[in-house]
Design a protein around this ligand. Structure first.
Ligand code: ADP
Ligand code: MG
Length: 571
């Protein structure tokens, strides 16, 4: 098991140790029982001595009950240990994921992170439960049983050992092969999961494009591969039982044959033979358990890998050693910035960007879809790191800032922002946990959200459903804007964030921002070129390059692309 996973045992160390210890103890007590059987037969039944039967029967009961009690507590301890570990793993992964940068999230994909936190952790929990209860106990019990059989009868014990060794070798071969197969199956299982996740997350799109059939076909293919893999492994594992049974039969025949000879020669008692056969049974059942736990462990390998991958991940964006904790002003400066997504390959989505934005300016950002507007502003709040050049905010490189300072001073509102279930006030307090009612009202006034909130029953205490489902697109956008404004950030970035509003409301909001927050730098990405006409300056992006950066009049004179965008908007 991986270190990163074992580390999460933490406060459950004691039950983690107690469980196998109790199980081993129970196993040792259990292995004494056939010995009692031998005594009952020889000293009691054969001699018709009822007192001896009672005596050894009493011992037997004692051992059986103690073994049972040990096993019971062993199971309880292992349940505590494995569910505790699972809880810790989930908690730790959750913490990790919170610290992930956008680049990290791109790499995993959100659905995969969900599976890792749920199914994979459950798999590990089951495997740990089996390991704690069976993995340590069974080998010890097998060896101890064999030692006890040697006491009963040496030569018979050799027969049994030979049988056990033979079965052991055969089962190991099967296990090794099945582990390899399991690895493959779980890889296929992974890709099937990805298919399901992609499809279910995008189900609305799939439906609206009537692509259900094609998607179903893709899923069927993936599911078929998984089914095939599982059948292959199960077929292999199906060998286990007949092999065990056959070996057992041979062992019994051998034992009975030699035993009968010895009994008639007077060198062995019937009781010993009875005990012996009971041991043979017990050992075989232990071996079956051991095999089962191996298989279970094998089937959890993929989950272990997937969980430890998240736990061991170093965030792509590391904090600086001596971070800057104060932003001097809201100026933004790009110098020779190149940026591309992913590691290494791929072409730049931003090419040699040079921009200087003064604190307090209102800047429009326009350009066709895919011209890298979003990519550009993502670099300001350091959702991604540049590949070349530097982005400075308030005079310091964004990479030198403390992460909280950066996120605290730069507020980004996306076109599709998320609201959480709770009240309107709860959602606003995401922006500032200790916001007063007055602050909320002020922010909502600027965001033109005051009117619709007043109409809601309960006002600021009105409920918001998960994702803001009970609000209209425009209401959601205004609430998200208010949530960003309540913090009074130095830089406000609106990424197509007012698209669901009518132009009149939009310009009212822009005016409010300009007049009420003159210190705050405002970057407004928009599809509607007309709506940023009166911005101080406008950045025109074209295929990841700056095609123009000037006021409206200046751009009309100098920038061909801007003229095209304007005429396209009018026409
Ligand atoms: N997370 C991402 N991973 C890989 N490529 C991306 C990602 N986001 C955007 N891109 C690519 O970067 C380019 C610019 O996208 P974007 O900045 O979103 O443009 P805009 O906001 O102007 O529409 C596009 O070619 C897009 O395919
Ligand atoms: Mg965009």
């Amino acid at each position: 098991m991986k270190n990163s996973i074992l580390k999460q045992v933490r406060q459950y160390k004691s039950v983690f140790i107690a469980a196998p210890v109790l199980m081993i103890l129970g196993g040792l007590l259990e292995t004494m029982i056939p010995l009692m059987t031998a005594h009952i037969v020889d000293d009691g039944i054969s001699q018709s001595n009822m007192a001896e039967v009672m005596r050894w029967g009493g011992y037997m009961l004692f051992f059986a009950v103690s073994a049972l009690v040990c096993a019971l507590f062993g199971y309880v301890a292992s349940a505590k240990a494995s569910s505790g570990l699972a809880a810790n793993l989930r908690e730790e992964m959750f913490k990790r994921i919170q610290s992930f940068s956008f680049a990290d999230l791109d790499r995993y994909g959100v659905p995969s992170l969900v599976t890792r936190q749920t199914t994979d952790v459950t798999n590990i929990q089951t495997a740990v439960q089996t390991i704690l209860t069976q993995f340590f106990k069974t080998p010890v019990a097998i060896v101890y049983s064999l030692l006890l059989t040697m006491q009963l009868n040496m030569s018979l014990s050799y027969v049994l050992m030979a049988g056990v060794a033979l079965i052991g070798v055969f089962l190991s071969l099967i296990i090794i092969r099945s582990i390899r197969m399991y690895r493959q199956v779980y890889n296929d299982y992974d890709s099937m999961n990805d298919r399901v996740q992609e499809n279910v997350t995008g189900i609305r799109v799939v439906k609206s494009f009537a692509a259900e059939e094609a998607e179903s076909k893709k899923f069927d293919d993936a599911a078929g591969i998984v089914r095939h893999g599982f059948v292959r492994v199960e077929r292999l594992l199906a060998f286990n039982n007949p092999v065990m049974m056959m070996a057992l039969e041979f062992c019994f025949i051998g034992i009975a044959w030699i035993g009968a000879h010895q009994i008639s020669a007077g060198s062995m008692t019937t009781g010993d033979l009875t005990g012996f056969i009971a041991y043979a049974f017990q050992i075989m059942s232990y071996m079956a358990m051991l095999v089962l736990s191996f298989v279970q462990l094998a089937s959890s390998f993929a989950s272990i890998r997937r969980v430890s991958e998240v736990l061991e991940d170093e965030p792509a964006i590391a904090d600086p050693k001596e971070p800057v904790r104060e932003m001097k002003d809201g100026s933004v400066e790009f110098s020779h910035v190149c940026f591309r997504y992913g590691e290494g390959e791929g072409k730049n989505v931003l090419e040699d960007i040079d921009l200087s934005i003064r604190s307090g300016e209102m800047i429009g950002v326009v350009g066709a879809t895919g011209s890298s507007k979003t990519s550009l502003i993502n670099l300001i709040s350091r959702l991604y790191d540049v590949n070349k050049g530097s982005v400075k905010v308030g005079g310091s490189d964004v990479r030198e800032y403390d992460a909280d300072t950066l996120t605290g001073e730069i507020a980004v509102v996306l076109q599709k922002n998320v609201l959480f279930s709770g009240t309107i006030a709860d959602n606003l307090r995401w922006g500032k946990p200790d916001a007063s009612l007055q602050e909320m009202e002020e922010a909502c006034r600027m965001a033109c959200a005051d009117a619709f909130i007043a109409e809601k029953e309960g006002g600021y205490e009105a409920a918001v459903e998960q994702g803001g489902a009970n609000l209209s697109g425009g209401q959601r956008q205004r609430l998200c804007l208010a949530r960003a404004l309540i913090r009074k950030p130095r830089i406000l970035i609106l990424d197509d964030a007012l698209s669901a509003l009518d132009t009149a409301t939009e310009s009212k909001i822009r005016r409010a921002l300009k007049e009420d927050m003159p210190e705050m730098t405002k970057l407004i990405i928009t599809q509607r070129v007309g709506s940023v006409r009166e911005a101080d300056r406008i950045i025109v992006l074209d295929k990841g390059r700056v095609a123009g950066f000037d006021g409206h009049e200046g751009l009309m004179q100098s920038c061909e692309i801007y003229r095209e965008l304007c005429s396209a908007a009018e026409g």
